[in-house]
Design a protein. Structure first.
Length: 591
């Protein structure tokens, strides 16, 4: 199998991420004696600087990891909830039937900073300065501009210039977008982080006290105050075509703590795969595995028409259940155990036929009747806005990934996202913008993912961790919005588990995904039956899939997915890592 680069192997530590500078920062932390959790936090903060079109301090970060000290899997739910003022009635009064995809209205409590700090406090060893220093260095001294940053800013330059002046101040110095290949600085963000560090270190030398003080500076101090002032006072254009103030308040930030939760698990061919709960789409990965367990995938052959068809049709069933059943389990009764029950999978598997389905078919776990949003039933065949995480302004919007393994046996997978520079106006003086994850709520009452104050949106962010025979071996994930739990399945896990490919070979194989399920992003459209395949898969495969009724779209070579992975080889015990070559940003490093 062709591979663009080797699967890395070593004994000391491995970091894989969607940007080479983040991977290098994480590795530097390991070299300084930090553990995998310290390294992930440092890499995560660097990603906020060097991939600002894909994540930022105003966004969120679900984290899943294995603690060697505790001997267990943990989930840090760095997904902030809806503000107290965010009710369906409030949006209806504004004349809206969907939460806009851009602007101030869709902002939830920023979860990334709190999520990273809780991971550092409870499982890391370093102080705030040790993990923030790399990000401050790049924000203050400059970082290389990848092409998509310039493209994102260029696409929204008229908006920034006429409607969002605070964003123009950060991203249009001299009135021009950042030039690809050049160096760019964000001194406002560097100053924000330096002030956070100053307040942290004013709390004394105790590490825990410093981390708490840093958190307080963000969620109860000057950062929260700036967010409160801006959201309440600015009336700015958003994706609805109207101008609105935000609903997020300082009190929302002060009231929030990132919870630590148990993962959802499924056993599959000797592996135990762990995901976040149904407040995200993570269990859809497990539902796909439960369905696929009844098929002979190795007998079909990797990349064959039978294989692609089977994986896609099982995915359609799993994602249909996501639409009908998933939501924040603190607010709604999600039948997670029933959705993962082998008997339920057996019954659903019978729906996989020889021809592609063009229907959205949620199931009835434990006899409960599913309910889909009325908007999906009213317009099931509209074209989606595109792959990834789209915005009204057609700028690139997506996500990041970082995975780390250390010599002590710790593993971490994190999927930072949100706070995209092109999707929400920058908060004056802070150098970053708020997130827009609230667009994933429905304004229709009575759905699992309906909007409610304090409720988490049903996010697409979905890191993964897998054990074999109880031993933690693999941390992995990918950007890609609704495609995350497809690409991480088909471009990492299945080829690695069933076909003897190493991690890099698995990522480099021709990729594919379905766009059949409704998008989680404004304006929430679906593309029934659409199957996207990289053209490297070949014309014969495309023809066979079309004969089965799939609406095949052929994508450019090397264009689908940005998967990353790090772990331990079950045979040799060596540490391993790989990163996707697509996008020419992702790198794995290690020794």
């Amino acid at each position: 199998m062709f591979a663009t680069r080797p699967e890395l192997r070593g004994t000391f530590g491995m970091v894989s991420s969607t940007h080479w500078l983040a991977s290098a920062a994480g590795m530097a932390v390991l070299e300084r004696g930090g553990n995998a959790f310290d390294a992930a936090v440092a890499a995560g903060f660097v990603l906020q600087v060097v991939e600002p079109h894909l994540n930022g301090p105003g966004g969120e970060v679900p984290i899943i990891g294995w603690s060697a000290a505790l001997g267990r899997v943990l989930v840090v739910a760095g997904q902030g909830p809806a503000p107290a003022a965010a009710t369906t009635d409030r949006f209806r009064d504004l004349g809206l039937d969907l939460v806009p995809g851009t602007g101030l209205l869709p902002a939830c409590v920023p979860g990334a900073f709190g999520g990273w700090l809780r991971l550092l406090a409870e499982h890391g060893t370093m102080r705030p300065r040790d993990v923030l220093g790399y990000a401050i260095g790049y924000a203050e001294g400059g970082f290389p501009v990848v092409p998509r940053i310039g493209q994102a800013v260029a696409a929204v330059t008229p908006l920034f210039a006429t409607e969002w002046p605070s964003s123009a101040e950060v991203w249009l110095p001299g009135g021009q977008p950042p030039a690809a290949g050049g160096s760019f600085r964000n001194p406002a963000l560097a100053a924000t982080w330096r002030r956070v560090l100053a307040e942290a270190e004013a709390a004394g030398r105790d590490r825990d006290a410093q981390i708490q003080a840093a958190r307080d500076a963000f969620y109860q101090g000057f950062v929260a105050e700036a967010i409160d002032r801006f959201a309440a006072g600015a009336e700015l254009l958003d994706a609805s075509g109207g101008r609105h103030r935000g609903l997020l308040a300082g009190a929302d930030l002060a009231a929030w703590q990132p919870p630590v939760e148990e993962p959802v698990r499924l056993d599959y061919h000797g592996w135990t795969v762990c995901k976040t709960g149904p407040w995200g789409q993570g269990p859809v990965f497990l539902q796909q595995l439960a369905l696929l367990a009844g098929f002979d995938l190795p007998g079909m052959g990797l990349g064959s028409a039978d294989y692609v068809h089977t994986v896609i049709e099982c995915g359609k069933l799993a994602f249909a259940d996501r639409e009908a059943w998933y939501g924040d389990p603190r607010f709604v009764d999600v039948p997670t155990a029933d959705l993962l029950d082998p008997g339920y999978a057996d019954a659903r598997r019978k729906l996989v036929g020889e021809a592609a389905s063009l229907e959205l078919r949620p199931g009835s776990p434990a006899g409960r009747e599913p309910r889909l949003p009325a908007l999906l039933a009213a317009a099931p065949a509209a074209d989606a806005a595109g792959v990834g995480e789209p915005t009204l302004w057609q700028g690139p919007g997506d996500t990041c990934q970082v995975d780390v393994v250390d010599r002590h046996g710790n593993l971490v997978a994190a999927t930072p996202s949100g706070g995209w520079l092109q999707s929400s106006p920058a908060v004056p003086g802070l150098g970053f913008c708020l997130g827009t994850r609230g667009q994933m709520f429905w304004l229709e009452e009575g759905l699992p993912a309906s909007l409610a104050p304090g409720k988490r949106p049903r996010t697409t962010l979905s890191p993964s961790l897998a054990l074999r025979d109880g031993e933690p071996l693999l941390a992995f994930g990918t950007p890609g919005g609704d495609q995350q739990d497809q690409w991480s399945l088909t471009s990492t896990f299945l080829p690695y588990v069933h076909f003897g490919l190493d991690l890099q070979e698995a990522m480099d194989a021709p990729a594919f995904h379905s766009e059949h399920a409704p998008s989680s992003f404004w304006p929430r459209r679906a593309r029934p039956g659409v199957l996207v395949v990289e053209d490297r898969a070949g014309a014969e495969l495309v023809a066979r899939l079309r004969r089965r009724g799939h609406r095949v779209e052929v994508a450019r070579p090397w264009s689908l997915g940005r998967t990353c992975a790090a772990g331990r080889d079950p045979g040799s015990g060596l540490l391993v890592a790989a990163a996707n070559a697509r996008g020419r940003q992702g790198y794995a490093v290690g020794r």
